[in-house]
Design a protein around this ligand. Structure first.
Ligand code: ATP
Length: 319
């Protein structure tokens, strides 16, 4: 087990940043932590890293209590913070060599540079690296002692798509090497692509926890079915099996449905019995983003209410 929390709470003054978080994170694989601004993601990962002390509850990371045993814990975890301070008057090589000196055991700097695709930039001053390269150097700093657990706070924030893709490859390689990677992100499609498991925080509580597929399947969202027909078409039989007509433009129709299979089966019948030809059809299933938006509050509203008096229904975790 990499991480275990029970009834974990963190309060800043009147702000309840974490409100009873229970989590078990097994070793190995990629876990994404999602949630709107202010949901408590950074607070949670910084509690795991020993940088913040919980107000109440239990937390164990790699078998250590982060607030009491942070020095020992640091040998086993690698962290990239939202604003990692990089000594920018040093070269990439020197930065990593400096960080290697902080640990009992470390990997050769050249190997880390290769793992984060910075071999060509070893002699470059950190201040001259691009945003994506700096971020990869920050990840390299977290990898230098080859820890079993990596915690990254928004590692891809603000990067262009190519730089993000490079970071995804680095994260996937870490997983292949048997590491556990927990990272926060606001890019839901990246969580869907990379993670075996997604945990959604809202107002300091876990509101969903499962594989991306499990979460999407539990979505209340509807599929959208787009069809184009040739010939006089009466959609009434589709409506009878639960389709809702959303749009009709000439021969183009758009329906929404919870049970898309029933609509597709009925569509086959309708086309045959009405003698209509289908000229185009496609379907959009609910995505992780649709599910996420069902589960979390509007960040603007949440900002006003966190720590305030308003009572908000928190949905039941799905798994
Ligand atoms: P973001 O996605 O914007 O980074 P987050 O999910 O990481 O947000 P946190 O940074 O953990 O959220 O913040 C959770 C809540 O705790 C917010 O209401 C925030 O204002 C508050 N908070 C965080 N750090 C402190 C602090 N040092 N003092 C007071 N309040 C804080």
């Amino acid at each position: 087990m990499s991480i275990r929390t029970r009834s974990l709470t963190k309060t800043y003054g009147t702000t309840e940043a974490l409100r009873g978080v229970d989590l078990d994170i097994e070793s190995g694989g990629i876990i994404g932590l999602l949630g709107p601004n202010g949901a408590g993601k950074t607070t949670l990962v910084e509690v795991f890293e020993g940088l913040r002390t919980p107000t109440a509850g239990e937390v164990s990371v790699m078998g250590f209590d982060p607030s009491l045993e942070s020095v020992a814990l640091r040998q086993h975890i690698g962290a990239q913070l939202q604003a990692t301070h990089i000594p920018d008057g040093l070269t990439a090589f020197e930065v990593l060599r400096l960080f290697a000196s902080f640990y009992e055991r470390s990997v050769p700097v050249e190997d880390v540079l290769e793992r984060v695709n910075l071999n060509g930039k070893a002699r470059e001053l950190a201040r001259n690296l691009s945003g994506g390269q700096k971020q990869r150097l920050a990840i390299g700093m977290a990898l230098i002692h080859d820890p079993a657990l990596l915690i990254f706070d928004e590692p891809t924030a603000g990067l262009d798509p190519a730089a993000r893709r490079q970071l995804h490859e680095i994260i996937l390689n870490l997983k292949e090497r048997g590491r556990t990677i927990l990272f926060t992100t606001h890019y839901i499609e990246e969580a869907e692509r990379l993670c075996e498991r997604v945990v959604i925080l809202n107002r300091g509580q876990v509101v969903a926890d499962g594989t991306p597929l499990e979460l999407v399947r539990s979505s209340e969202g509807k599929s959208t079915i787009f069809i184009d027909v040739d010939g006089p078409f009466d959609p009434a039989p589709l409506l009878a099996v639960g389709a809702l007509e959303q749009e009709r433009r000439g021969a183009h129709y758009r329906f929404s449905a919870i049970d898309s299979t029933a609509v597709i089966v009925a569509l086959g019948e309708v086309l045959r019995s009405q003698g209509v030809t289908l000229t185009d059809m496609h379907m959009h299933r609910p995505t992780l983003e649709d599910f996420y938006l069902e589960m979390v509050d509007d960040p603007e509203v949440a900002d006003l209410a966190v720590g305030g008096e308003s009572e908000v229904a928190v949905r039941k975790p799905v798994a």
